[in-house]
Every structure is written in C-alpha cells, then in structure tokens.
Design a protein around this ligand. Structure first.
Ligand SMILES: *Cc1c(COP(=O)(O)O)cnc(C)c1O
Length: 356
C-alpha cells in the first residue's frame, strides 16, 4: 500500500532531497568518504554552508544587513537565546499556542513579558488581531504558524518594534518581506530539512545592545563571526537543507511554494467543509496552509477512532492523528506534500462518508 506522509514534524521531504543526501552519506563528492566522517572544516564542506546561506538570501530576497546562521538546539533553544540577546527590559509576545507560550516562559527569566493578546480561552482556534504593541518593548515575538492548532499569520505584520518570528513550520512556504523582521528562526524539521539544525536570519544592527554578559555559545555574534563554524555544526542536516533549498529553487521558488500550498489547502479544506462527517477546528480566516486540523462533526463523534483506523491502516495515511492536546486529525501539508497526496486523503474521506 502506498504511504502518504502527513506527519507534523519531522515531516515529509522531497524524495530527491532524501536520495541526494543518502548518496552523499555513502560517498561525499566522490571523495570515497562519507559526509558523516569528514571534518566540517574540510574544504569540501565549506561550500555546502556557503551555498545554503546564498540560497536562503536568494530565495527569501534577504536584504543587506542580515546574517543567516545554522545552529543546534532546535527552535526551543532560540526561545531562550532570543531574550538573552535582545531583552533588556521588556518584550511583547503574541500568545497563539503552545510554542508561543514556551517562548514566553523563557523570556520571563530575563525581563518583563507583555502578552499583547491571547487566544488561549478558545483553545487557540484563532489569531488575535486587536492589540497594541508597546512602543517601548525591545521586540515583538510571534509564531507565524501554529503547528498544533492549525492557525497561521500568513502575512508580514507592521510593528513599532522589531518583529521576531518563529517560522519553524512555514518558512519557505510563501514570499516574505524580511525587512519587516528583526529575526526569523525555526527548527528545520518541518519544512526545510531532516531534524538537527536550526536556522536563524537576524538583523545585525540589533545585536550587542543588551547590558548582560552572554555565554559564548548563546551569543548570536559568535556564530555570525565564525560563519556557523564556531563549533562542529550538524553536518548532515545542513546538507539536507541545502538539497531542499536547491529543490525549492528548481521548482519555482517561494512564489511557486505559495501557489502549491494554496492548491493543497483548497483541496483538503474544501472536502472538510463539504463532507458532513467532518468540520475544521480553526477560524476560517486564520486557517493554516501547513497544518490542516479537523475533527468529526458532533453527530459523528463516535466515529473518530474508526476513521483513524481506516485512513491509517487501510489507506496509508500516515501521521493524520491530531496533536494530543487537540484531538481529531491534522493533515500537515508542507512544501513537499503533493497534490496527489491531498487528493488521496480526500478520496479516503469520501469513501468513509459513503460507508456511514
Ligand atoms: C516544532 C516547533 C517548535 C519546536 O522545535 P524544536 O526544534 O523541536 O525545538 C517550535 N515552534 C514551532 C512553531 C514548531 O512547529
């Protein structure tokens, strides 16, 4: 049975990316050595980092004055590095879900945290829009895509202070105006690469302003100065990111990724809205194009486990169980997800409807 991968993260990558990375793990650039067993300082590896940075800049049209670095520790380590590097007195956070809350928790260790708005009272089914960002905040932190709840801020916000965005689960899915951000970061394992590397795009002039001493490894300047080579970087994950970036470029760049995301969402949300058995969980105007969350309609609640069994065991739909905090189903449709995969999911939902 053909498998369709709807995992939320780590998640589906283009087959070409996996094959190219696997080949380099066996024999890196014809050297007779594996990518896993060469020095990150080997002259062959530097071009991997250089090309990855260059493709970040090209694909996202990153203006002058920003650095791109690759780190370890996941997006979760950034939750602490961000206030360490930028929070002097006060920071503003938009609370749109579990990841936003975790980011706020770390920031509170460093200074005052203003929660400008929250949708916690409705289990994060919408993106708050009516709020004021304090003009004296050091930065304003958002989670552009809420992987667990299936809501997304699919536009670049205006703010009186630098915007810092966790784009773990929607980076490279649409064109963004990087000049509107102070920093963009994320774990790579949703839309960019295998797990193990974190990307950071940071505006250089914002660094070095806090009065506290920053431990060397937690200071962004350390990694910028050494071109992500201060210590041993995650070599294989960075290589897989490079292959994904090449794939995005070959396939029309972020404009094309955006178009495909909209096509996929139309197919899947279209069926969620049409099929009497199911209903979406997120506010329609805030629906994520990356994580499409839905549940059984109230009248069919008792069929949840039956649908999961049917979809997963009989139709090859992998990873469509919703996050444990939300229940129901989640179809994650990152860049690598195919139209065919979405159509197969829809066919499976229709078939299940016909049986009931
Ligand atoms: C997955 C995820 C994280 C956590 O990433 P790690 O790399 O596992 O630390 C943070 N934020 C968002 C939006 C995510 O989807």
């Amino acid at each position: 049975m053909k498998k369709y991968n709807f995992n939320a993260g780590p998640s589906m990558l283009p087959r070409e990316v996996i094959e190219a990375t696997a080949a380099q793990c066996l024999d890196f650039n014809g050297s007779g050595l594996s990518l896993m067993e060469i020095s990150h300082r080997a002259k062959d590896f530097q071009p991997v980092v250089d090309e990855s940075v260059a493709l970040f800049k090209e694909l996202l049209q990153i203006p002058e004055g920003y650095s791109v670095i690759f780190l370890g520790g996941g997006a979760s380590l950034e939750f602490c590095m961000i206030p360490y590097n930028f929070l002097e007195k006060k920071a503003a956070y938009l609370n749109t879900g579990v990841w936003a809350k975790k980011a706020m928790k770390e920031a509170k260790l460093f200074g005052e945290v203003v929660e400008v708005a929250s949708s916690a009272e409705s289990t994060y089914t919408y993106i708050p829009k009516d709020y004021t960002i304090p003009a004296d905040a050091d930065y304003f932190h958002i989670t552009s895509n809420n992987t667990i709840y299936g809501t997304e801020i699919r536009k670049d916000l205006d703010s009186p202070v630098p915007v810092i965005a966790d784009m773990s689960s929607d980076i490279f899915s649409r064109p963004i105006d990087v000049s509107k951000y102070g920093m963009i970061y994320g774990g790579a394992q949703k839309n960019l690469a295998m797990a193990g590397v974190t990307f950071v795009i940071v505006k250089d002039e914002l660094l070095g302003k806090v009065s506290r001493t920053i431990p060397t490894m937690l200071d962004y300047r350390t990694h910028i100065d050494k071109g992500s080579m201060f210590n041993t970087p995650p070599v294989v994950p960075i290589y897989s990111a490079l292959e994904t970036l090449r794939w995005i470029k070959r396939n029309g760049g972020v404009e094309a990724m955006d178009k495909r995301a909209k096509q996929r969402a139309e197919i899947v949300y279209g069926e969620i809205d049409r099929n009497k058995l199911f209903k979406g969980t997120a506010n329609v105007e805030d629906r994520s194009l990356m994580n499409l969350c839905f549940v059984m309609s109230d009248e069919y609640k008792e069929l949840e486990q039956d649908f999961l069994n049917f979809a997963m065991k009989e139709r090859g739909m992998v990873g469509i169980k919703g996050h444990r905090s939300v229940g129901g189903f989640r179809a994650s449709c990152y860049n690598a997800q195919t139209i065919e995969g979405c159509e197969a999911l829809v066919a499976c939902m229709k078939e299940f409807e016909a049986k009931h």
